[in-house]
Write a protein that binds this ligand. Structure first.
Ligand code: P6P
Length: 336
């Protein structure tokens, strides 16, 4: 049995391989690791503990906050604040960014953006959910307060991005810009072990993931692409398979491993779709690109979209490079 490498050992190893590495990211990943273990524990007893169901509170999105959303948000916030390397956090569950004012955090040079539990409406029905995180270096003066500009940076400026998927097993998948690696959690000893080294997103795929219930509201080019997926053409392995879990992290993770395209287009009354640019699309897009895939809003590279506000949404097409290029071609034909 080959030597098992823990997430902590791997992050330290990678840190020593980079002359400019300071060890800060290693510390931040330690906080993410801790909070992920706490969320794993709560999710895995959700049926028993009073953690399932709605909190009775609405978040800034006007969505009913699940109790686990709040629990996870608090645990990630506390763990990141305690490390003294992060000066602020933005979260799907927080209307505004949160500045960490503890003396330990003053002058820290990183900010973190998270979706604490993406797909949380699936918790009650025992379907995989995930945490998504994105890490930037602050751009405001280090001796001053954290500013909104620290969070409104294009995805190309991310220093790290990743997700934790709480599924049949709990996995943490991340990138610091040098490839993508996946770690599987062993709850018996509370350790994440390297299980998927140098993950590659197949450039072709046969799986498309979209909520076809919105079909009538999709733009014409997207409708034509969906019909393209369903046509019989053995030479191009069509019809493709439709797989949609309703949990971005779970749908993306499957497509990362097997190839495929996840998309949440604009639809009636929602010109920018549903997914949030800063703490859902940018981190997933960084992982996709680092694994050889592609992420677009149907016309532009996701990572180059200039953010204008914390919770802004964007249409999202992510996965196998050739599938993203195909759907962009159908959309472009409608633009002519
Ligand atoms: P719909 C979960 O709320 C989420 O943000 C993604 O995880 C998921 O892919 C999508 O929304 C599901 O949305 O409208 O298809 O139920």
């Amino acid at each position: 049995m080959k030597d098992l490498i823990t997430l902590g050992e791997f992050v330290i190893k990678k840190q020593h391989e980079r002359a400019d590495a300071t060890g800060d990211l290693s510390q931040i990943f330690g906080a993410i690791r801790l909070a992920s273990k706490l969320v794993h524990r709560e999710i895995n007893k959700a049926g028993i503990a009073d953690i399932v169901g709605l909190s009775g509170i609405e978040n800034v999105q006007g969505e009913q906050q699940q109790k686990l959303d709040l629990y996870a948000n608090e645990k990630f916030k506390a763990a990141l604040a305690a490390r003294g390397l992060v000066c602020g956090l933005a979260s799907e569950e927080e209307e505004h960014f949160v500045e960490f004012t503890q003396p330990l955090s003053r002058g820290s040079k990183y900010v973190v953006l998270i979706d604490p539990v993406d797909g949380s409406s699936n918790i009650d029905v025992n379907v995989a959910v995930g945490t998504i995180f994105s890490i930037y270096k602050r751009v405001s003066p280090p001796d001053g307060p954290v500013m909104l500009e620290d969070f409104l940076q294009p995805g190309t400026e991310q220093v790290a991005a990743g997700y934790v998927i709480f599924g049949s097993s709990t996995m943490l998948v991340y990138t610091t810009g040098n490839g993508v690696n996946g770690f599987t959690f062993d709850p018996s000893i509370g350790v994440f072990y390297l299980s998927h080294e140098n993950m590659q997103l197949p450039e072709d795929g046969r799986i498309y993931s979209v909520n076809e219930g919105n079909y009538v509201h999709f733009p014409q080019g997207v409708k034509r692409y969906i019909k393209h997926c369903q046509e019989i053409d053995p030479d191009s392995s069509r019809p493709y398979t439709s797989r949609y879990i309703g949990s971005l992290v779970a749908d993306f993770h499957r497509n990362l491993l097997k190839g495929g395209l996840y998309f949440y287009p604009s639809y009636a009354g929602n010109p920018n779709g549903k997914l949030r640019l800063l703490y859902e699309c940018n981190p997933i897009a960084m992982i996709a690109e680092q694994a050889g895939g592609m992420a677009s809003d149907g016309r532009r590279r996701i990572l180059e979209i200039p953010p204008e506000e914390l919770h802004q949404r964007t249409p999202f097409f992510v996965g196998s490079r050739n599938m993203v290029k195909d759907v962009e071609r159908f959309i472009a034909e409608e633009d002519r």
